[in-house]
Ligand binder design. Structure first.
Ligand code: CUA
Length: 356
């Protein structure tokens, strides 16, 4: 009885955990709800593999159950040894050929998808967007070299267009993963650049994560891909190109913050177009989906982050206690004024939300 209860308890726990963990998903962070070209290809491959596995599983289990019942030891058969059969040619051919056919069914679309995803034939065409992606401990730089735009953490792309990403790392290996619209790709240090493409079918804010263990704050290396309408994308580019890094802050506190920022922070950070520095480019900062990739955008969180980054993202490069809390508050006032474009996460079309 106890054993039975124990088994029941494990089963119950397992079931409850499955239900609980299935609720862990964040919107638009699921390879099982594909909303882009790459993720759709990969999802189809998953379906094919699952179908083949189910097919094999059902047949093997059916034979297994049949043999178990049909040939079980009956009363009075204790010393009975069944007839031994070896080397049945027909059987051996069948169980060699069937797996070969199944593997071919799986291999052909897989190889096709692999070449399809690696296809760069339109990369140099006119009007095609190529974005430079640089992984850093623990944030992402996004550069649009043809448009002279630099930004970080929120990657803007036009919906329904195939854009290319030229990817590298400034330190260790990271991996760029946006499961709802594409697969994943490593970013390597040195000259070993990788290329991947992104194409979102729907406007939306898609969550991305680093999926290569890259240090203490690897799990906090989040980013977003924001797919906006082509018109909004053009507007966003224009706004970003017109950023004046020297524009005067609006309030007295923010003005002081601007001076502090220029003296204490500009060594690593930049506003406006600039090469990837040691720290993220902060253009359009007030419009970001998150602070430091993980915190809800609020002044309180920003001040906390500036004063004590180590507590929030261990192992990051930003020096702690560089400024006092009062100074951080003024810097925050300045940064939260950096609303360079009306195009932001709120510009994506309202999509009919699925019930989760
Ligand atoms: Cu970068 Cu993990």
């Amino acid at each position: 009885m106890r054993g039975w209860m124990g088994k029941f308890r494990s089963l119950f726990l397992f079931g409850a955990l499955t239900l609980l963990l299935s609720g862990c998903g964040v919107d638009n962070l699921s390879a099982l709800k594909p909303k882009g070209y790459g993720s759709e290809l990969l999802f189809d491959l998953m379906l094919i593999s699952i179908a083949i596995m189910l097919f094999v599983f059902v047949i093997v289990m059916a034979i297994y159950t049949f043999v178990l019942i049909r040939y079980r030891q009956k009363k009075g058969q204790e010393d009975f040894i069944p007839k031994q059969t070896e080397g049945v040619k027909a059987l051996e051919i069948i169980w060699t050929v069937i797996p070969i056919i199944l593997l071919l069914v799986l291999a052909v679309p897989t190889v096709q998808a692999t070449f399809d995803l690696a296809d760069e034939s339109t990369k140099d065409d006119e009007g095609v967007t190529t974005i430079e992606v640089t992984g850093n401990q623990f944030w992402w730089h996004f550069g649009y070299p043809n448009d002279e735009i630099s930004t970080s953490q929120d990657l803007y792309i036009p919906v329904g267009e195939k854009v290319y990403l030229d990817m590298k790392s400034s330190d260790v290996i990271h991996s760029f993963w946006v499961p709802s619209i594409a697969g994943k790709m490593d970013t390597n240090p040195g000259d070993n650049n990788n290329t991947m493409s992104l194409e979102a079918y729907e406007e939306g804010v898609y969550w991305g994560q680093c999926t290569e263990l890259c240090g203490e704050s690897h799990s906090l290396m989040d980013f977003r891909v924001i797919a906006v309408s082509p018109e909004d994308y053009e507007q966003w580019k224009e706004d970003m190109q017109n950023v004046d890094p020297e524009a005067e802050a609006q309030t007295a506190d923010a003005q002081e913050g601007q001076d502090l920022f220029e003296n204490s922070c500009m060594g690593c950070h930049a506003i406006g177009d600039g090469a990837a520095g040691q720290g993220p480019n902060l253009t359009n900062f007030a419009n970001r989906t998150k602070i430091a990739g993980i915190l809800e955008p609020s002044k309180e969180n920003l001040v906390n982050w500036i004063v004590n980054p180590e507590e929030i993202k261990p192992g990051n490069q930003m020096p702690a206690n560089l400024v006092s809390e009062e100074e951080a508050s003024k810097i925050a006032d300045y940064l939260l004024e950096l609303d360079h474009s009306d195009i932001g996460p709120e510009s994506v079309d309202e999509q009919p939300q699925e019930e989760d």
